[in-house]
Design a protein around this ligand. Structure first.
Ligand SMILES: NC(=O)c1ccc[n+]([C@@H]2O[C@H](COP(=O)([O-])OP(=O)(O)OC[C@H]3O[C@@H](n4cnc5c(N)ncnc54)[C@H](O)[C@@H]3O)[C@@H](O)[C@H]2O)c1
Length: 441
């Protein structure tokens, strides 16, 4: 595969449905980094390095020097929102970054104005913007989005595009008949099937045009057979769901460690308070349900209670999110973990994470944009499981359990990059460093 990775020449358009806290923090951040005002901390593509070859070779290049990624100076931002605020106004309202930081990149942010959204209040009860497209059918709305995408590409002289869903979490829906094939899905667009959510219309528009699509929210969106099939047909990388930040990030760091030491877990109670617009949307029970499903699967996949019933068979796992406006984007989470060790003796771990949601999410949007563009140039299409590293509820092929352990996810990501570039994969076996021993065996 390594001989077919095309270079990242020309501009890359990054289109985001939803120019809220996460998207504006990303855009302002990239502009600040370009002016040397701050560092892109938390972004593996910008700050991370990768080991190549044997440990004795001492080769640890930066990832961005190893694989051909788009340069930050070549990214052009665009997006849609149900509110007409430009990115500067939206970022000021989101109150994630200091006004001083935002003023330093004001001109760049003010120039980005959202396109009219495809939106349906039936999917997000707690929002009521009016910057919305009107059309008779969902098929017309998809066509309008495709026109937006093509016009954006031309107006900004982009060589390539990617789309990352940064919109609010939609209400919970399950896969149904209309999601099963491209034909029924397209018929559903024509006759306004209620099971086709707005996020699916964006995903359809992007995938139809061969634009990589990554889903940062827990909505089903592109995780349906129809859009997986379309992605294969149009050679488009897709991935999701739900950026892995905050409490779930901590869970997938800590749980693999407890599991690795064969320590038991009796209960894991997670509660959160947050006061941003995301928190407001999640205050509606049908939207919280979507988030809850995404957050709950994580521990079961790591602990595998069915193969370890003595340690994890009775584990009680609960997740709560409460809307608490005074905290704004500064989410506070508490985890109480009841664990047990040798002879069943009990212990407790308490985590109180005072995190900043969008500060943790923004670098993930950047990495997903750059890596999905890389995947496209490497000729990889369909579900990009190697990007599970970034998601709470990774999209996988049907019948395949997702990998949640962040360390295994990282190994998979790094090996995929090595594979793309024709470098040896690293198995961490390391027997060859002890050649005498190997020969004696
Ligand atoms: N911040 C995090 O750490 C984090 C982690 C995981 C997932 N997420 C998810 O990322 C998404 C964005 O989070 P946020 O904090 O920026 O939320 P936000 O509420 O600040 O921004 C979301 C924006 O999407 C817009 N929107 C909603 N539906 C839309 C549509 N159909 N078309 C266009 N725009 C639409 C809203 O008007 C809003 O401006 C949410 O779904 C959230 O659950 C965030």
């Amino acid at each position: 595969m390594h001989n077919v990775v095309e270079k990242a020449e020309g501009k890359l358009g990054l289109l985001m449905p939803g120019l809220g806290a996460v998207a504006t923090t990303l855009i302002a951040g990239v502009e600040a980094v370009k002016k040397d005002l701050a560092q892109p901390v938390g972004s593996l593509t910008q700050m991370g390095s990768i080991r190549l070859g044997k440990r004795t070779e001492n080769r640890y290049p930066k990832i961005k020097e190893f694989v051909p990624l788009a340069d930050l100076n070549d990214i052009v931002f665009g997006g849609w929102d149900v509110y007409s605020d430009n990115v500067f106004e939206a970022a000021m309202k989101a109150k994630v970054l200091e006004p001083m930081m935002l003023h330093a990149v004001k001109a760049e942010l003010e120039a980005i104005k959202p396109m009219k959204a495809v939106f349906d209040k039936a999917y997000i009860a707690n929002l009521d913007g009016d910057h919305i497209k009107e059309a008779a059918t969902k098929a017309d709305l998809a066509k309008a989005l495709m026109d937006d995408i093509e016009n954006f590409k031309e107006a900004n002289d982009c060589a390539r595009l990617v789309m990352v869903w940064c919109g609010s979490t939609e209400k919970y829906i399950e896969e149904s008949e209309v999601h099963q094939s491209i034909e029924v899905f397209e018929a559903g667009l024509q006759n306004n099937d209620p099971a086709i959510a707005p996020s699916m219309i964006y995903a359809y528009a992007a995938i139809k045009l061969g634009v990589p699509f990554m889903n940062g929210a827990p909505n089903l969106t592109c995780d349906i057979p129809a859009l997986i099939e379309l992605a294969k047909q149009t050679d488009t990388p897709i991935g999701g769901k739900d950026f892995k930040t905050g409490q779930t990030l901590m869970k997938t760091i800590l749980a693999p460690g407890l599991h690795a030491r064969a320590l038991g877990v009796k209960g894991w109670f997670s509660s959160n308070i947050l006061g941003n617009r995301d928190g407001l949307v999640l205050d509606a029970p049908e939207n919280f349900k979507t988030k809850e499903v995404s957050k709950l699967s994580v521990l079961d996949e790591i602990f595998r209670p069915e193969s370890n019933p003595e340690l994890y068979g009775d584990m009680y796992h609960k997740v709560r999110i409460n809307y608490y406006p005074p905290h704004g984007d500064n989410k506070e989470s508490w985890d109480n973990i009841d664990i047990f060790g040798w002879l069943g003796y009990q212990m407790q771990i308490k985590i109180n994470f005072l995190c900043r949601d969008s500060i943790l999410a923004a670098p993930l949007v950047l990495d997903l944009a750059l890596f999905s563009d890389l995947a496209k140039r490497a000729g990889m299409s369909g579900i990009q499981e190697w990007l599970s590293f970034y998601f709470k509820s990774p999209q996988t092929a049907e019948g395949l359990n997702p990998e949640h352990d962040i360390f295994k996810q990282l190994i998979k990501l790094q090996n995929t990059l090595r594979h793309m570039m024709g470098e040896d994969l690293i198995t961490h076996l390391g027997m060859d460093y002890y050649q005498d021993l190997v020969e004696a065996m």
